[in-house]
Design a protein around this ligand. Sequence first.
Ligand SMILES: NC(=O)c1ccc[n+]([C@@H]2O[C@H](COP(=O)([O-])OP(=O)(O)OC[C@H]3O[C@@H](n4cnc5c(N)ncnc54)[C@H](OP(=O)(O)O)[C@@H]3O)[C@@H](O)[C@H]2O)c1
Length: 307
Amino acid sequence: MGGSDVRVKMLAAPINPSDINMIQGNYGLLPELPAVGGNEGVGRVEAVGSDVTGLKPGDWVIPANAGLGTWRTEAVFREEALIRVPSDIPLQSAATLGVNPCTAYRMLKDFEQLRPGDSVIQNASNSGVGQAVIQIAAALGLRTINVVRDRPDLQKLTQRLKNLGAEHVFTEEELRGPEMKSFFKDVPPPRLALNCVGGKSSTELLRHLAPGGTMVTYGGMAKQPVIASVSLLIFKDVRLRGFWLSQWKKNHSPDEFKELILTLCELIRQGQLSAPACSEVPLQDFAQALEACMKPFVSSKQILTMC
Ligand SMILES: NC(=O)c1ccc[n+]([C@@H]2O[C@H](COP(=O)([O-])OP(=O)(O)OC[C@H]3O[C@@H](n4cnc5c(N)ncnc54)[C@H](OP(=O)(O)O)[C@@H]3O)[C@@H](O)[C@H]2O)c1
């Protein structure tokens, strides 16, 4: 082990859609091969080299950037590849902290100046990002209009999202229905829409956006393009933007990322941000976890455990 090296025992690591995209070769960032899968997770420091100043054995660490390869039991990393997180937060929260809640927080803060009482609309609201959006928005005093795909256990899912702080939950079909007109007579139209899906779903979000509002696309789960009608662009001047956390990190210092992590940890400690619904699967059963994460309507993040 070199002077700047840190030996880490991995504890838990989720399987996110971007991990699958990376393996499939269609992600914005591809590691050199051979590579270990997994872009986020939490590990415990076991030993540090003589030049390491910011970490000590026993600390919990998460990757500073995508591409670290977290689906493994142990590894030696450079100190700057890791960020320390407090070990008094739940393991599942630490394992899922570095990507989705960060994305949710930045999208709520960086595109529109929202005030308490303002509303935000999003699709795939039961995704990891979606659940973080619901909770962080509630902590900021924002109301969320949440769209999900219809499913047999819709009532259960709706209740779960409302327990997290979701103000309204609609299916994709309901969002297209005529009753939304009367809904938006009582509720001011949102100035921010968060699009995880693309295709028809994103067209519907745009339709309900306030004039001059912004739709931020951060995921493309339907693998369909975003289509904005000419009339919405001309008569409502809606703005189409994109967000990628890896790019945000390139544009900001490591200290700003650390500050973001600490802000989120504070929300976790205050009981305002919990981990997404998840299923823990021992690392050796990874094939089962990979199969589960590719199925629709699972509503449970697969987390590989190594402890
Ligand atoms: N840009 C960034 O910086 C950034 C950061 C984090 C995540 N992301 C992206 O955000 C997305 C969600 O990530 P996550 O970790 O939150 O995902 P996740 O927890 O695995 O959830 C996946 C979500 O996608 C929905 N979905 C799957 N296939 C769909 C389809 N064909 N049409 C509509 N919805 C579909 C699922 O809904 P059902 O329950 O209905 O199946 C579920 O809500 C991914 O595309 C990921 O790459 C981007």
